[in-house]
Write a protein that binds this ligand. Structure first.
Ligand code: APR
Ligand code: PHB
Length: 391
């Protein structure tokens, strides 16, 4: 088998890259270790930046998104038993965020690729990448009971944090920056109409909570839990009681409960590898960096990477020039580090750290009081939250 770009991973990064390349007349094959059903149902994040939405619509992926997604002009920050709205729309001159589950983006991308005759090989096992240090890249894998080899000009490693591409780069090439947090998030999906029209980020003595949604009938809610927490210790009643306690305000706000139909615990981590490229292998999305979910940046960074990468491949195939490819890592890392800073700041400002002293707790509350009282500080949050301009 032969193609121009061999893509490992059918997450948002790999699928969108394949789609954007197709629009430029560039061929690719996507190899995914899971089934189509698995990737189309996997519960992930759900907040799209303005630039992400604009790109999806401009590249012909907006039909269902524009019908079904929820557009939000603000978010609420809650602390000290009071809520404070941040008007994203007004503070950013008309930008918003869009709530649309990641697996819905995946469904739209898979449908678009298949409709255009694109090749996605699901259930590909034993994927290994070769020859990217010299000029002869290939990807070996097993599918439908046969060993296969895909030859290509370039390999795009879009295989997420636990993928095979990043660890295939020889030792000593990459510098890794890693930061773990002493807590994770327990997330639920519930058949309960959202208790607010907008997302609520809650700081509380008992720890962080987030009230998000998927549709007007389905809430997506999170609570901070210790790293060692076991989902078995969190029956539904305990989760609701914690959500009530962490969101409590003076005034008449009411949390609507409903049947919980999905529950999971996920860790929070900040990670970057530099550079995001070696030879003919380019890393994009979670394969190269992870952000804690607090800033809602993971999916959006993956989109930003493949936007840059598709333009670089387009330049190469149109003119033979490699300047955009050579600058790929540097271009992406500037945005990545700003998203890292923002996600780390949101995380450290809103969560409870057991190691914090009373001084640290007071300083944290002062940070929130300053944020919600200063137009300058709110503007800074807003422009990061809706997404910084593309480079
Ligand atoms: N071979 C083939 N496919 C693989 C392999 C492998 N060895 N390892 C991982 N994959 C696949 C995974 O099954 C997954 O479908 O690569 C895909 C990677 O997708 P994501 O993890 O979604 O990563 P990415 O496309 O970079 O998107 C980043 O996803 O992690 C979430 O919330 C995060 O929003 C962020 C976004
Ligand atoms: C979500 O809806 O899943 C969500 C929203 C905001 C975040 C993280 C996750 O910061």
């Amino acid at each position: 088998m032969r193609t121009q770009i061999g893509i490992v991973g059918a997450g948002p990064a790999g699928l969108l890259l394949s789609h954007l390349l197709h629009l430029q007349g560039i061929e690719s094959v996507v190899l995914e270790r899971r089934s189509r059903k698995y990737i189309e149902e996997r519960v992930r994040a759900g907040v799209l930046e303005q630039g992400t939405v604009d790109l999806l619509i401009a590249s012909g992926l907006g039909a269902r998104l524009e019908r079904e997604a929820l557009i939000h002009h603000g978010i609420e920050i809650r602390f000290n038993r009071r809520g404070h709205r941040i008007d994203l729309y007004e503070l950013t001159g008309g930008k918003a965020i869009t709530v649309y589950a990641q697996h819905e983006v995946i469904k739209d991308l898979v449908a678009a690729r298949l409709a255009a005759g694109g090749k996605i090989i699901f259930d590909a096992s034993d994927v290994t990448v070769h020859g990217f240090d010299g000029g002869n890249p290939s990807i070996r894998f097993r599918a439908a009971g046969r060993d296969e080899e895909l030859h290509c000009d370039y390999i795009a490693g879009c295989d997420g944090f636990h993928g095979v591409c990043r660890p295939s780069i020889p030792p000593g090439v990459l510098t890794e920056y890693d930061h773990e947090y002493p807590f994770g998030w327990l997330g639920i999906l519930a058949y309960a109409p959202p208790s607010s029209n907008e997302l609520i980020y809650c700081h509380s003595e008992r720890g962080f909570a987030l009230f998000s949604m998927r549709t007007p009938e389905i809430s997506r809610l999170y609570i901070q839990v210790p790293n060692e927490a076991d989902i078995a210790d969190w029956p539904d009643a305990r989760i609701w009681s914690e959500l009530h306690a962490r969101a409590a305000i003076d005034g008449d706000w009411k949390l609507t409960e409903g049947e919980i139909f999905q529950k999971n615990i996920a860790g929070l981590r900040s990670y970057v590898c530099e550079p995001m490229q070696f030879g003919n292998l380019f890393l994009a999305g979670d394969a190269a960096h992870i952000v804690p979910a607090t800033g809602a940046k993971g999916l959006n960074l993956a989109v930003a990477d493949v936007r840059v990468l598709s333009q670089a491949f387009a330049e190469f195939y149109a003119s033979g020039k490699t300047s955009l490819l050579e600058n790929y890592s540097e271009t992406c890392l500037r945005r990545v580090w700003k998203a890292q800073r923002f996600s780390w700041w949101m995380t450290t400002t809103l969560h409870r750290f057991d190691a914090h002293s009373p001084f640290d707790r007071r300083r944290q509350l002062a940070d929130l009081d300053y944020l919600t009282g200063s137009r300058a500080a709110m503007t800074s949050l807003a422009e990061n939250y809706v997404g910084l301009e593309w480079d």
